[in-house]
Design a protein around this ligand. Structure first.
Ligand SMILES: CC(C)(COP(=O)(O)OP(=O)(O)OC[C@H]1O[C@@H](n2cnc3c(N)ncnc32)[C@H](O)[C@@H]1OP(=O)(O)O)[C@@H](O)C(=O)NCCC(=O)NCCS
Length: 173
């Protein structure tokens, strides 16, 4: 069965549906407090995927900076697709929409901490040289991924500066 979904900026009507979506997509992980802390942040891009009025996918991108550098960067995550709708291109479409919007506004680079097997398909490359807020376990080096949005090819380095919702060591290892 083909699914017809739409993607757009998260609307007030989506908001009460976001926490239950993360709870169903990640029953083992406590992502809801992070998502709820990020949603009101002014530097956060929040996109929702819907079928009709039902929320079936959601992603956040947090804009940030690299210490001492002029570039604006963004961190992708969390990302969730409802278990009934996974593997139908919805996660990929949410990422693509976010990257397109961030490219238009001049964001230089996007970072993500996640499964390289998944994020490779959206253009991410392993082993960013950006220093995350807390040191990552050595086995996560490949999972700390990057992609340039400005056509550049350098693996930028620098200490990542993010809003305080991200400043919790348990989110990084
Ligand atoms: C991970 C998640 C966001 C992916 O969203 P999705 O809508 O199911 O994924 P998509 O259909 O957009 O997949 C895009 C591509 O990645 C592949 N893919 C999907 N899930 C994958 C996975 N876990 N590992 C590797 N590749 C995966 C798909 O086959 C597809 O490949 P294609 O473009 O060549 O067809 C979603 O499944 C989810 O919310 N899962 C929650 C639990 C989980 O698995 N978390 C682990 C990842 S952090």
């Amino acid at each position: 069965m083909s699914v017809s979904f739409t993607i757009g900026e998260t609307a007030p009507a989506d908001e009460p549906r976001i926490s239950p979506l993360y709870a169903s997509a990640f029953p083992e992980e406590e992502l809801v407090p992070l998502v709820e802390a990020l949603l009101p942040e002014p530097g956060v891009l929040s996109l929702s995927a819907r079928i009709g009025a039902a929320l079936i996918g959601h992603v956040l991108f947090t804009r940030g900076a690299l210490e001492g550098r002029p570039e604006i960067v963004a961190l992708l995550g969390p990302l969730a697709v409802h278990p009934d709708h996974q593997r139908r291109g919805i996660g990929k479409a949410l990422i693509a929409e976010g990257l397109a919007r961030l490219t238009t506004e001049g964001v230089t680079q996007v970072l993500v901490l996640g499964d390289p097997a998944y994020y490779r398909g959206s253009g991410f490359r392993p082993a960013s040289r950006v220093t995350p807020p807390y040191p990552l376990p050595a086995e996560w080096t490949e999972a700390w991924q990057w992609q340039r949005l400005d056509g550049g090819d350098d693996n930028l380095a620098g200490r990542l500066l993010l809003p305080k919702a991200w400043m919790r060591p348990e989110l990084w290892g």
